[in-house]
Design a protein around this ligand. Structure first.
Ligand SMILES: Cc1cc2nc3c(=O)[nH]c(=O)nc-3n(C[C@H](O)[C@H](O)[C@H](O)COP(=O)(O)OP(=O)(O)OC[C@H]3O[C@@H](n4cnc5c(N)ncnc54)[C@H](O)[C@@H]3O)c2cc1C
Length: 396
């Protein structure tokens, strides 16, 4: 008879939940159950594309240090997996003269955390990265550790290793009920009942559907985003050893990647189009695709060519763009993570932290920004104004 009782149950096996299941399984082995409402590796959520940017360029020290820790946990995970998921390409951030972002916040935070970076003027940028064409009033900040995480690869590896460690991961098992029983929780999923002492909620765009079982809701908004892959006869100039990840440093920004996973240069621009995750289109938005195509034609001309494909996905926003990573109030045995638009690079350290919170009740990392009870998440907080709502850009 199959096992129905586990010490730990992870709800949601996207980027963050798969990482949590892996880190939990390193200590708790077959006492870990992961439940995913769709098939493993589905494309309806936030985490399933070839690449996500990883970077140390953040606007405050807490994020920079958390990103440094994430590089370390990715490396530990890569050792265990015997495969590389982080590819350092260098990161080039373009600072136009007009932006609401504060460059000093980024540079000072990196300096305080010992992160090396260089300021490049237009001439130096053109010399080092001739693939880009920009006017002279733009300068760049180059950070050599930036790069990409192979997201699909990382998700697969996390789940594969969790299973290798004894975890049970079940797909097509939507969690429809969670009740507190005997000091633990009874979870109904896909017509089966499971018992767990501790729960991890990593439900991405469906977080509030999961939290409603605890009488709790967060001020989240879900948006429909997309990325486009451009084919070009010059793809060799855009391989990871020659072309960095890059971000245009304004809100609703453009950002892009070298050729990785698909034979195309990947470029995107935030849309911030609110959507119901249960009733959304998978059709790309033609206007966004054209804006991105025009940007590539003007600024990365040799990458420009026909769109190979445009892939849509969802993004979950908190009002202050900071993650949620905490115990659910009133439920010390339940932890929850929300990626707040920029978490894939942190999937490893978030997975590790969720595991530590569940196993030890604490973490060595400063996660005070990500608390449930911070002002930005309270009903009387500043509220939601998607598009221009935070002081740092989302990549997605
Ligand atoms: C276009 C785009 C570009 C991005 N670029 C970057 C980037 O460059 N760098 C970066 O760091 N981040 C980036 N992000 C953000 C990052 O991808 C997300 O923050 C991260 O993937 C969130 O992962 P998640 O596990 O929370 O969500 P998801 O991957 O959506 O996983 C949640 C999972 O929970 C499952 N689930 C939900 N409810 C239930 C239930 N009741 N029962 C069972 N299962 C359930 C869902 O089916 C889903 O599989 C980008 C996002 C997008 C969309």
């Amino acid at each position: 008879m199959s096992k129905n009782s586990f010490t730990h149950i992870v709800i949601g096996l996207g980027g963050l939940g798969s990482a949590a299941a892996y880190w939990l399984s390193r200590q708790a082995g077959n006492e870990v159950l992961g439940l995913e409402q769709f098939e493993l590796g589905h494309v309806r959520g936030e985490s399933q594309d070839h690449s996500r940017i990883i970077r140390l360029t953040y606007h405050n020290e807490q994020y920079v240090r958390f990103a440094q820790a994430s590089y370390r946990t990715w490396a530990e995970m890569e050792d265990d997996a015997g495969e590389q998921v982080v590819v350092k390409t260098g990161e080039l951030n373009f600072w136009p003269e007009k932006t609401t972002l504060v460059e000093d916040d980024y540079n000072n935070s990196m300096a305080a955390c010992g992160v090396p970076f260089e300021r490049l003027d237009a001439v130096e940028m053109a010399k080092r990265f001739p693939q880009f064409r920009f006017p002279d009033d733009i300068h760049g900040i180059y950070q050599p550790d930036g790069g990409l995480v192979g997201a699909i690869k990382a998700n697969d590896a996390h789940r594969r290793m969790a299973r290798r460690n004894g975890a049970t991961l079940l797909d097509n098992m939507p969690v429809t009920s969670i009740r507190q029983v005997n000091g633990g929780y009874r979870v109904v999923a896909g017509g089966r009942e499971f018992e767990g002492e501790k729960l991890v909620i990593a439900a991405g765009p469906w977080t509030n559907e999961a939290l409603k079982h605890f009488g709790f809701q967060l001020p989240l908004q879900v948006t429909h985003e997309q990325v486009s892959y451009f084919s070009s006869p010059h793809l060799d100039e855009f391989r990871p050893d020659r072309f960095p990840v890059w971000i245009w440093m304004i809100l609703d920004n453009f950002y892009g990647f070298p050729v990785y996973g698909a034979e195309g240069v990947k470029v995107a621009k935030d849309r911030f189009a609110p959507v119901d995750p249960n009733n959304r289109s998978f059709e790309p938005d033609a206007r966004n695709e054209k804006e991105v195509s025009d940007f590539v034609a003007n600024h990365i001309p040799r990458a420009h060519g026909p769109v190979l494909y445009t892939k849509t996905c969802l993004l979950t926003h908190t009002p202050d763009v900071d993650f949620v990573l905490d115990k659910v109030p009133g439920h010390p045995g339940v932890v929850c993570a929300v990626g707040a638009t920029h978490a894939f690079k942190f999937a490893s350290i978030i997975g590790r932290t969720l595991s530590d919170l569940v196993l030890k009740g604490k973490t060595e990392h400063d996660i005070s920004l990500f608390r449930f009870d911070r002002p930005g998440l309270q009903p009387d907080g500043k509220g939601f104004a998607i598009h221009g709502f935070g002081d740092h850009p989302a990549e997605g």
